[in-house]
Structures are given as structure tokens and as C-alpha cells.
Design a binder for this molecule. Sequence first.
Ligand code: NDP
Length: 240
Amino acid sequence: MARVAIVTGGTRGIGEAISLALKEMGFTVVANYGGNDAKAAEFTARTGIPAYKWDVGDHQACIDGCARVEAEVGPIDVVVNNAGVTRDGVLHKMSFDDWNDVMRINLGGCFNMAKATFGGMRERRWGRIVNIGSVNGQAGQYGQVNYAAAKSGIHGFTKALAQEGAKFGVTVNAIAPGYIDTDMVAAVPAPVLEKIVAKIPVGRLGQASEIARGVAFLCSENAAFVTGSTMSINGGQHMY
Ligand code: NDP
């Protein structure tokens, strides 16, 4: 029977490309999303991939949501922690809510989803967790102390959990995307984006499918010896 994979924020942007890539590999894919019902319905109608709505920053919602997926679809063997938000602003203008939302969803979501699924993966002696970090968690970014801290935290979380999963056949890795052509990047003002693209050696934004291919590799049998690593997919913007 096909293994079940869940992709948080899996109905649009990078997450949508990841959902499709994992489906193409033969996984039974489930996509989680946070609030955009219209997009989720369109995604499910087009792809046949079921979409489950809950806030990954809500611990109990993740426990309950994953239990529901396991009851309706099957044991979850693959988790891609992709859901993420930005609440940009320089520190002296950033509210505590802007800090807390980003930490709660981007970093807390990884903890919540791992808590809901890691035990089952350990018991079944096989699992894949892929966390989506960011180049801005590696290099920092003006106006993003919240986002850079959360994404940097994801890289530490990945390395620590990888050590706990290794002897149970559960690998835990991260991907640090550079600037990818999605709604999130469309929100960056055009003059700022032009300056960013000028600093990318490859000379363009990345495509969501280019991140999805990295995730697909990390979820494959071929990646059994890869754990605790961060794959940078950023057009050479930051060489870590
Ligand atoms: P988008 O803004 O296009 O999509 C975000 C996705 O996350 C949506 O599906 C959204 O659901 C979901 N989401 C947001 N908040 C929650 C929540 N609380 N609970 C559940 N789901 C939620 O983002 P991208 O596709 O651009 O980014 C995907 C990931 O990649 C993020 O973690 C981002 O930080 C990271 N990243 C993106 C880069 C880029 O250049 N685009 C660069 C580096 C990293 P809904 O549709 O319901 O709103």
C-alpha cells in the first residue's frame, strides 16, 4: 500500500508543487491548509488530493488533524512542514503579535506536526520529515527578525530531531529555498525585489517545482543516508 504523505500549506505555492511531486512519486498525498478555502477546493478538484484545514500553529489542532487523517487515509509516514507566513517590519515597528505569529506558525508548526506523527514513524521504523526553512534563516534579512529567527530555528530543530530519528529509520532534513516565484514573494515591493534578483547569481527567481524536486529526493528511498542536512536551493544567492 502506498505510504501517506502530508504537506502543510500544501494547496498553493511551493506546497502545491510539493504535493504534486510526491503524488507523482506514488505517495498517497494529503494537503493541509490554513484558511484559503476557495484555493483548497480548486486544488482538490484539479488534483484529486484531499485538503484538510487547520492552523499548524495550534498544537491541539495538529494532534486532532493528524489523527483524523490517519483514521480516514492511513498512517502518516512523510511530513513536509511547508506552511509559513511573513509579518515583515523593522524591529522598532514590529509588534509582539507579528513576532509571535511567525514563531508560532513557522517554527511551532514544525514541532506540532512532529509531535503528532513522529511516534508512529518510530514504531513503524520508517519516516521522512522535511522542513522548509529559508535563505533568510541562514543569512538574515533586514526587516525580518521574526522570520529569520523562526527559519533559523527550523534548521536547529532539524538537526536535533534527526539525531533522535536516525536509529528508527526516520530521516529529518531541511530545504532552504532562495526567492521563489509565489504569492509570498509577489508581496515584496517591486523595487526591493529587483534589487534582490540582481544579487542572485543565476539571475532569476526560482520555481516552486525546483523546491519540490529537492523534497521528492529527500522523501525517497535513495535518501535513506541523508539526515540532519539542509539543502540550499537558491540560485547561488547564499553559499552556506
Ligand atoms: P504562500 O504564501 O504562497 O503559501 C503559504 C501556504 O501556507 C498556504 O498554503 C497557506 O494556506 C499555508 N499556511 C499559512 N499559514 C498557515 C497556518 N497557520 N496553518 C496551515 N497552513 C498555513 O507561501 P510560499 O509557497 O511562498 O512558501 C511556502 C514555504 O516556503 C513557507 O514556509 C515559506 O516561508 C518558505 N519559503 C518561501 C520562499 C519564497 O520565496 N516563496 C523563500 C524561502 C522560504 P492558505 O492557502 O490556506 O492561506
